[in-house]
Design a protein around this ligand. Structure first.
Ligand SMILES: CC(C)(COP(=O)(O)OP(=O)(O)OC[C@H]1O[C@@H](n2cnc3c(N)ncnc32)[C@H](O)[C@@H]1OP(=O)(O)O)[C@@H](O)C(=O)NCCC(=O)NCCS
Length: 169
């Protein structure tokens, strides 16, 4: 047990089993994926992210149970920017874990990696994620029209960003 609601550790190869389950959850397929992935495809996905130098972190709850992963990708130190992604286990959503985890990784990105901007894209249809990002302080910087195709319909994708100066205010 520890006192913080969540904590981070490095994402380990053994966590891929759970990641595979989260990827194939029906809500995840609508919000982050498109079609189900095999376990082997999930392994390849993680390997590609490692090769790209993404910062991959596992999120654990108070009881040290694995409840999700969060990452910074497209890290470009020359420009001082990176983009953010998060996926929680289906049973751990809707309890505030996402907010704590994003705040933690923003602190790492801005105050340890010295980034100037953290950005993301989210499907406009994903009201839970969009609501959360706005609450944390991300600003919608643009809309990519008809950027996502889900169940026979096109949806806009939102580009959102947060600057270090806004976060550290
Ligand atoms: C999206 C995700 C990261 C959000 O994390 P979470 O811990 O489940 O978030 P919560 O439901 O606790 O919501 C946090 C805040 O978001 C906002 N929010 C949640 N649902 C909302 C909705 N339907 N409309 C508007 N705002 C909403 C609220 O402000 C809420 O804060 P509050 O509980 O203090 O009111 C998580 O649900 C998840 O992993 N979903 C599947 C994958 C995914 O969509 N990833 C993001 C892709 S861009």
């Amino acid at each position: 047990m520890n006192n913080k609601p969540i904590s981070f550790r490095a994402f380990e190869t053994k966590d891929i089993r759970e990641l595979h389950r989260w990827f194939n959850d029906p809500v995840s397929l609508q919000t982050v994926g498109r079609t189900p992935l095999t376990y082997e495809e999930t392994v390849t996905h993680v390997e590609q992210k490692r090769q790209n130098g993404d910062l991959l972190l596992s999120i654990e709850d108070k009881d040290c149970e694995l409840v999700g992963w969060i990452f910074l990708q497209n890290i470009e130190y020359g420009h001082g920017r990176a983009s953010l992604g998060i996926l929680l286990a289906p049973e751990s959503r809707g309890q505030g874990v996402g907010k704590y985890a994003i705040e933690e990784i923003l602190n790492i990105g801005f105050n340890q990696l010295r980034l100037n901007k953290i950005y993301l894209t989210t499907r406009g249809k994903n009201e839970q994620a969009y609501g959360l990002y706005k609450k944390i302080g991300f600003v919608k910087e643009g809309e990519l029209r008809n950027h996502t195709y889900i169940d026979g319909k096109y949806y806009d994708t939102y580009f959102m960003g947060l600057l270090a100066s806004e976060w550290n205010k």
